[in-house]
Design a protein around this ligand. Structure first.
Ligand SMILES: *[C@@H]1O[C@H](CO)[C@@H](O)[C@H](O)[C@H]1NC(C)=O
Ligand SMILES: *[C@@H]1O[C@H](CO)[C@@H](O)[C@H](O)[C@H]1NC(C)=O
Ligand SMILES: *[C@@H]1O[C@H](CO)[C@@H](O)[C@H](O)[C@H]1NC(C)=O
Ligand SMILES: *[C@@H]1O[C@H](CO)[C@@H](O)[C@H](O)[C@H]1NC(C)=O
Ligand SMILES: *[C@@H]1O[C@H](CO)[C@@H](O)[C@H](O)[C@H]1NC(C)=O
Ligand SMILES: *[C@@H]1O[C@H](CO)[C@@H](O)[C@H](O)[C@H]1NC(C)=O
Length: 334
């Protein structure tokens, strides 16, 4: 999933897949007038972008999700920053991925940040995974399969961070020397409000930066202890450092969030640190009772431990996710 201002679409690699193509002259015959139309529309009706682009895109290729496009590329101003969000999950959790795609594709986005969301897991091990995950990739192209055996505290986060420089090698944004400014590690029981996150990151340092929910729960000092694994962000320079440091490579086994802080401490890194409290917290109903939980608050960035559908529903309800639903004789929801 790619989010940029109002629009959301596939990352560049997805566009490179080869479908049978019409002749180039036909493509340009169709696309140039469409591009002009889209440009005019962009100036007249900036709020309706998503609809417009979904119309444009369906003419480009049947295998793209309806609201996706790279079409906006040339007319998009440079984003404030580029953020890669890796949701660490397991191959079998199809339904959770479905829910998360739904939730994030419907979130309103106003901030001018470029945000890509990827689901991250280790090697597939089963016959059904090899087919169903392949279908997901064909449809969404938002999955990264790392070279590891599925685990939680046995180096998966290290493999994630340290694989990124090579995975994204050569995909630097135009005029930039790195593919992303920030990389986030988060979990599949975490709900993010992308716009609030984007606003919060706007004035933060782009270098040597470590951002999240500092533990212990009551602490407000990001320079001690560590950021909770519910969701933390590192600047790209630290990702590059992690991928090359021998000290880090030697220490990959243990609770991943605490280890990350130990690497940074022993490497004398992350001079810029921020804790996003109280905008990050555990779900108010999370069990067992967590000291890091509190009631929902309006400017939330992240809710963690959203474990079951009822918790998801209450979270989404509070944040007005269903407000856009129009009355219709085709359904009754009450
Ligand atoms: C994948 O990981 C295994 C075990 O750690 C290693 O032997 C192998 O070289 C790795 N393969 C690649 C392509 O990196
Ligand atoms: C993961 O799968 C790849 C390709 O099948 C294989 O080369 C690699 O050794 C596996 N890695 C691990 C850690 O099992
Ligand atoms: C990126 O690609 C360049 C050119 O192929 C290569 O020299 C460099 O080592 C690669 N960097 C990483 C981190 O893989
Ligand atoms: C960023 O902006 C917020 C709200 O305007 C402010 O409270 C905070 O101090 C700023 N942070 C930095 C690092 O400038
Ligand atoms: C990493 O571990 C190896 C083998 O145990 C050791 O020789 C080396 O000094 C360690 N490097 C660092 C930077 O700790
Ligand atoms: C949800 O909508 C209600 C009614 O419009 C509004 O009062 C409330 O502030 C909104 N909640 C959030 C979290 O935006």
């Amino acid at each position: 999933m790619t989010f940029e201002g109002h629009h959301f679409g596939l990352p560049p690699p997805a566009m490179g897949r080869s479908y049978p193509k019409p002749f180039p002259s036909i493509i340009s015959l169709i696309l140039i007038p469409l591009a002009l139309l889209a440009l005019i529309y962009l100036f007249l009706y900036p709020k309706d972008l998503e609809l417009q682009y979904s119309l444009v895109v369906t003419t480009c290729g049947p295998s793209l999700p309806p609201s996706s496009s790279n079409f906006i590329g040339p007319v998009t101003p440079k984003p404030d920053f580029r953020l890669l969000i890796g949701i660490l999950t397991r191959a079998d959790l199809y339904e959770r991925r479905h829910l998360l795609r739904l939730v994030y594709s419907l979130q309103p986005r106003l901030a001018t940040a470029h945000i890509d969301i990827r689901f991250v897991f280790c090697n597939l091990t089963k016959e059904d995974q090899r087919v169903i995950v392949a279908l997901e990739i064909l449809r969404y192209d938002d999955i990264i399969i790392l070279n590891c055996t599925e685990n939680m505290d046995n180096g998966k986060t290290y493999t994630y961070f340290s694989s990124l420089p090579e995975l994204f090698n050569g995909t630097d944004a135009a005029g930039d020397d790195r593919p992303y400014d920030y990389v986030m590690k988060t979990d599949d029981d975490t709900y993010l409000i992308l716009d609030n996150l984007a606003v919060s990151l706007k004035n933060k340092s782009r270098e040597d930066m470590y951002y999240g929910f500092v533990l212990p729960c009551v602490s407000m000092d990001p320079f001690h202890d560590y950021m909770s694994g519910m969701g933390y962000i590192l600047s790209w320079d630290l990702i590059e450092w992690i991928s090359t440091s021998e000290m880090v490579r030697n220490r990959t086994v243990g609770p991943e969030d605490r280890l990350t802080a130990e690497w940074l401490r022993d490497g004398n890194k992350a001079k810029n640190r921020y804790t996003a409290k109280p905008a990050m917290y555990d779900h108010p109903d999370s069990q067992p009772r967590s000291f890091c939980r509190h009631e929902f608050v309006p400017h939330t960035i992240l809710v963690h431990k959203v474990k079951n559908n009822l918790n998801w529903a209450r979270t989404l309800k509070y944040f007005n996710a269903t407000d856009g639903l129009k009355p219709s004789k085709f359904y009754h929801i009450s």
